[in-house]
Structures are given as structure tokens and as C-alpha cells.
Design a protein around this ligand. Structure first.
Ligand code: ADP
Ligand code: MG
Length: 616
């Protein structure tokens, strides 16, 4: 039998290893920025073309490399950052594996130019797919420039796997944010396709946060400082009222390295307990300093997770430090005995017009009718709540259109033909009673059995189709706001909204004045309450960010889904009889009533047959 195990050729091994380090252009950005920081640069320039697919270049004014080092830097496991195994426990640099440049050079065209301060002339090297194409002595400023072109040129499958420019640029921006936040003492500039996205001078931490996330951020930052033997904390948390639906403003840095830690995130949430609306996340920008010997950053290839020796202590210190800050800045209602929150006007009522109580007399009420009759005519007379503006829930729907009712009765459900005859008695069938179960489901009778509709999902479907219709036929009506509404965003968030501008306008929003940090809204779709607008936009940004849409992503679809999600009737909302019927009718007037926009069932049916089986 012949041996079958072979040593992989170097270029194959390099490509495989590269797959671990380089997933997308943003990975290259991260590695190059970190190398520049390790080289003690004070100014770093990031230049990107086509979301990194054509070019990622980082230019620094750091300590540069000698000719030999420049050549060696592209070999696997060559690093200047650790020499002995013990060094692994004292890591103060970003890199230490000596893998990044070798990996990048295996799957791209790389041009390196570098010069040390003490040298007269520098070195230029060109490498393509791990092969050195040229090496020259070169006149170049002190520092290093690494240009990475045509990423994945030799792995078409990986190249095809890249997402749209918008998505890849978002990943790059995320990496840039992380590095720039961890190093406010370094100046950064970031260009994409020739336009400057960020220009950050050397500054203090507060200025850096504000520069990245927009000037409005300044007033929302609450400082957190703590210095203990095991842990030093410095940075900011956002005031509770500025919490966001997205997690885009949550940053932990441990020894100036961005990390993700669900456990420590929980410590912050615990400190905010009772201060946030459900579904909202606190913002934080926190730098933790610990002894490098007490952490292990080696457990994850892309190094955003680390292991602490004593997580429990860190958790406790972090939670109490944040709690203390919130209390000190009078944010937590700790000592506020006089304030009774039940007396506050609920948020959603803020802009509603007050309505004088009215007494409704049911003129058709006849106390002498027998009980059975009363039930059949719907036992809702006494509780009938005035139908105040509930129609506004059905944005733009032709709510007076009774033909919908007819559509509903035409809908046929799969049923067992044998049982069909049972309810053929008209008096039962036409008396379409609906009722609400657990403030969540609407139950109704069908010819063949029972219908149970999920109110939230059903309404999402109705709104979704409605928005889609408006966007496609471009004829939404909007209502002018008396006072224009200004919403503040971080530059990358503004960009998301800007990209969706046309679609938003087709749904009825009127957007004027765009800046990097704010958007002015002068009109909203008819029926959309003004106080919902900011949360609609928050939700939209969060959806775009989390959806990481792919090539066949349609902005229109995402927008319609997101708006439907924001505006749909929530579970827990009590609906009166008319509202229940209207919702059910509107659902079955939809093109695809069976599924919510996110593909969850909107209703189930139970045939009499099913019910009968239960009684056996
Ligand atoms: P690591 O950062 O893990 O050491 P890299 O492959 O990223 O591995 O880099 C290899 C070596 O190249 C580094 O250890 C460093 O000595 C050198 N190097 C890389 N980038 C720069 C830079 N911008 N300035 C100076 N030296 C650099
Ligand atoms: Mg490195």
C-alpha cells in the first residue's frame, strides 16, 4: 500500500492560513492599522477604493523596517514582537503571530514601502500571491506604506463571496472605529474613493468619541472612572435616555484592544437595570486596563475574544463603577422619593389631543331579551370603547373599503370536505364573532372551524404590503410636520439613511437637509405618529446593520419590513371588536396573508375535524 499523506505545497498552505486571518477587506484594514500602531506611529492614513476590493492602503509615520526586515516580514511566523514563549504572557502589542503580512501577500498584490528614521533611503517590495516580483531601494518618507490591491485575485470563490460595497465598507468602518477609539493619541484620516470620511486629530478620549459619533454625543456621555488593584476603568457610558436599539455604540477595550464580551456587557446592563426601555441598549465606550498576565488573548484567531483569570471580580467592579457614575450624575432615580412615575404621561400619549369623556348610550339595548340572544349579538355593548383614531394604525389603507370584507369571505381554507356541511347553517356562519385571546391572538370562526390570527404578525404583513405598494407605485401621501424634526446620527448612520433616501421618500417621508450628523424631516407618511419617527429610523438603521444584506438585497424590501415592524400593533395591545375585524379582513386582503414579512405564520386554522379528534 502506498503512503497517501503529503506535505502541502507552500502556496496552498499559505492560502489556507490566509483564510483564517483574512475574511474580507475589513480584516486587512484591521491588520494593517494594528501594525502601524505597533510601529509607534502618531499619524495613520487609511485609503480605501471600492470598499477595499480594489485597494486597502495604510500609510504610517512609525519606525519603519530595515531592508532585511522588510523582506522577512512577509514570511510566515516572522514577528519582531515576541522572542520567547514567556513573552506570550506579557503581550503589549496588537500583533504577535507574525501571520498577517504573509497571509495577505498570499492572496493579493502587495506593495510595501518602508524607511527607518536612521536610514537615508528606504525599501520597496512588490509581492503577488507570495511571489516577490521586485525589490528596490527607494526614496520614501520615514514610516511604512502597505498597499493591498485586488484582494482574493487568486481565489475567485472568496472574491465572489464578498458582499456589496455598502456592506464591506460598513465592516471597514467598524474596524476603523474600534482602532481609532482605542488610540485617541494617534491622528487618523480615512479616505474612501477619494472622499474623506474621517479626519481625527490627536485628541482626548471624549473628543475622539464625539468626533466619531457626532457632536450630539457630547451631552450624552457620563464619565466612568475606577482604579483598583486588579482593574482600571476609564471612559464613558451613555445617559439612559440616549440608549439605542442597535448595539452599535458598545465598546470594550482591554489594554487598548477591542474585545467582545457578553459577560461584561451583562455587567453594564445590570448597572442600567430599570433605566432603559425594553429593547434598548446602553451605549458605552470603556477602556479596561488589566495586568497582561491575567488575560489570554490567544484563544481566538481574530482576537476579539479574550479570557480573563478572574471574570467575576471584573464583573462586580464594572457594574458598581457604572452604577456609581449613573448615580453621581443624577441619572438613576435613587433618592427621588417625590417623583412617582405612574403620574407621567406615557411617551406615546405626549402628542395626543385630549378627549373629553363621553357617555355612550346603547339605544338598541333591551334588558328583556334573553341571554342567548344577547350573546349572539356580541356581548360588547357595555365595554365598547370609543374608536379613537385606531384607523391611523392602518397607514394609508383604504379603511372604508368594505369590499375587503367580501374578499375575506371568499378566502377558502384547506378543509375536510366531510365536515364542511356541519356549519352550513347560515345563522352561525355569518355571525362572524371575533375575540382577543391573551391580548395577542384574534380568534374567529370559519365555516369549517376556527381561525387564530397573531395580531402583531398579521399587522406587519398588512403594513408591509402597503408600504411596498407605495414604494413601487411611488404615490404615497405625506403629512407636513408643523415643526421640522431634527434627528441626530453618527456619520455612518446618516449614510445608511442617505442611501435609502429615495425609498423613504416614496413611503411618504420628506427629508431635507442632510449633514454628516443630522437629518431634518419635514414630512412623514400619513398616519405615522411624529413621536414614532425617531424609533422608526433607529429600527431601520439597526435592521440594515444587522441584516448584513447580500447581493440580492433590496433596500425597498428591507425598508418596508423595518417600517412594518416598527408600526405594527404590538402584542399586549387590547383591540376592540371593530379593530379585530378590520385587522382580520385587511390580512386576508393581502397578496400573501399566510406569512409575516419575516416568514413566520400569521394565522393557524383548526378544522372541526381537528377539534373533534381532541374529544376522542
Ligand atoms: P505581527 O504583527 O504579528 O508581528 P505581521 O505579519 O503583521 O505580524 O508583521 C510582521 C512584522 O513586520 C512585524 O512583527 C513588524 O516587525 C513588521 N511590520 C509590519 N508592519 C509594519 C509597519 N507598519 N511598520 C513597521 N514594521 C512593520
Ligand atoms: Mg500584525
Amino acid at each position: 500500500m502506498t503512503d497517501i499523506i503529503q506535505l502541502l505545497p507552500d502556496h496552498v498552505a499559505n492560502q489556507i492560513a490566509a483564510g483564517e486571518v483574512v475574511q474580507r477587506p475589513a480584516s486587512v484594514v484591521k491588520e494593517l492599522l494594528e501594525n502601524a500602531i505597533d510601529a509607534e506611529a502618531t499619524e495613520i492614513k487609511l485609503i480605501i477604493k471600492d470598499a477595499g476590493k480594489t485597494l486597502v492602503q495604510v500609510i504610517d509615520n512609525g519606525k519603519g523596517m530595515s531592508i532585511t526586515d522588510a523582506r522577512l516580514s512577509f514570511e510566515r511566523h516572522t514577528t519582531s514582537k515576541i522572542k520567547t514563549a514567556e513573552d506570550l504572557f506579557q503581550i503589549n502589542t496588537k500583533g504577535f503571530r507574525g501571520e498577517a503580512l504573509a497571509s495577505i501577500a498570499a492572496i493579493a498584490h502587495v506593495e510595501l514601502k518602508t524607511k527607518r528614521p536612521e536610514d537615508e533611503l528606504g525599501t520597496a517590495i512588490e509581492i503577488e500571491g507570495s511571489k516577490v516580483k521586485s525589490q528596490d531601494v527607494f526614496v520614501t518618507p520615514t514610516g511604512t506604506s502597505v498597499a493591498v490591491k485586488n484582494l482574493f485575485f487568486n481565489i475567485p470563490a472568496r472574491r465572489n463571496f464578498l458582499k456589496s460595497d455598502t456592506v464591506e465598507l460598513r465592516h471597514i468602518t467598524d474596524e476603523f472605529h474600534r482602532v481609532a477609539l482605542a488610540h485617541p493619541n494617534i491622528a487618523f484620516v480615512f479616505y474612501h474613493n477619494g472622499s474623506e470620511l474621517f479626519h481625527l486629530p490627536q485628541e482626548n478620549y471624549r473628543q475622539r468619541v464625539v468626533h466619531i459619533f457626532g457632536s450630539k454625543t457630547n451631552e450624552k456621555l457620563v464619565p466612568v472612572e475606577e482604579d483598583t488593584e486588579v482593574l482600571k476603568i476609564s471612559g464613558f457610558v451613555g445617559k439612559p435616555e440616549y440608549s439605542k436599539k442597535t448595539r452599535s455604540e458598545q465598546f470594550f477595550f482591554v489594554n487598548q484592544r477591542f474585545i467582545k464580551s457578553p459577560y461584561l456587557n451583562h455587567a453594564i446592563s445590570a448597572a442600567f437595570e430599570g433605566l432603559l426601555k425594553t429593547g434598548y441598549n446602553p451605549s458605552y465606550f470603556l477602556n479596561l486596563t488589566v495586568n497582561p498576565e491575567t488575560i489570554d488573548i490567544n484563544i481566538h484567531p481574530t482576537k476579539t475574544e479574550i479570557k480573563f483569570d478572574d471574570e467575576h471580580t471584573l464583573y462586580a467592579i464594572l457594574r458598581s463603577a457604572v452604577k456609581h457614575s449613573l448615580g453621581q450624575f443624577n441619572i438613576a432615580p435613587v433618592l427621588d422619593f417625590e417623583h412617582q412615575s405612574s403620574l407621567n404621561t406615557p411617551y406615546s400619549y405626549k402628542d395626543k389631543v385630549g378627549k373629553a369623556p363621553t357617555i355612550e348610550v346603547d339605544r338598541s339595548f333591551n334588558p328583556f331579551l334573553d341571554d342567548a340572544h344577547k350573546k349572539a349579538s356580541g356581548n360588547t355593548h357595555f365595554k365598547k370603547s370609543p374608536a379613537t383614531h385606531w384607523e391611523s394604525l392602518y397607514v394609508g389603507l383604504e379603511s372604508k373599503d368594505n369590499s375587503l370584507e367580501n374578499d375575506f369571505s371568499n378566502v377558502t381554507f384547506e378543509n375536510d370536505s366531510k365536515t364542511e356541511a356541519i356549519f352550513s347553517d347560515d345563522s352561525v356562519e355569518t355571525n362572524k364573532t371575533t375575540f382577543q385571546l391573551q391580548q395577542k391572538y384574534i380568534v374567529s370562526t370559519l365555516k369549517s372551524g376556527m381561525l387564530i390570527v397573531d395580531q402583531n404578525r398579521a399587522h406587519q404583513r398588512v403594513l408591509y404590503e402597503n408600504f411596498l405598494k407605495h414604494v413601487t407605485i411611488k404615490e404615497a401621501t405625506s403629512q407636513q410636520l408643523l415643526f421640522p424634526l431634527q434627528l441626530h446620527f453618527a456619520p455612518n448612520e446618516s449614510k445608511i439613511i442617505k442611501d435609502l433616501k429615495t425609498d423613504l421618500e416614496h413611503t411618504g417621508f420628506v427629508l431635507s437637509e442632510f449633514s454628516d450628523q443630522a437629518i431634518t424631516i419635514t414630512g412623514v407618511p400619513v398616519g405615522v405618529p411624529e413621536n414614532e419617527v425617531s424609533s422608526i429610523f433607529e429600527q431601520l438603521i439597526s435592521d440594515v446593520e444587522n441584516d448584513v444584506p447580500d447581493a440580492n438585497f433590496s433596500a425597498t424590501d428591507l425598508l418596508a419590513k423595518s417600517m412594518a415592524k416598527s408600526l405594527a400593533i404590538k402584542n399586549g395591545k387590547i383591540l376592540n371588536h371593530t379593530e379585530q375585524e378590520h385587522l382580520v379582513n385587511s390580512l386576508f386582503a393581502c397578496k400573501e396573508p399566510n406569512m409575516s414579512p419575516t416568514n413566520q405564520p400569521t394565522f393557524i386554522t383548526m378544522s372541526v375535524n381537528d377539534i373533534e379528534k381532541k374529544f376522542i
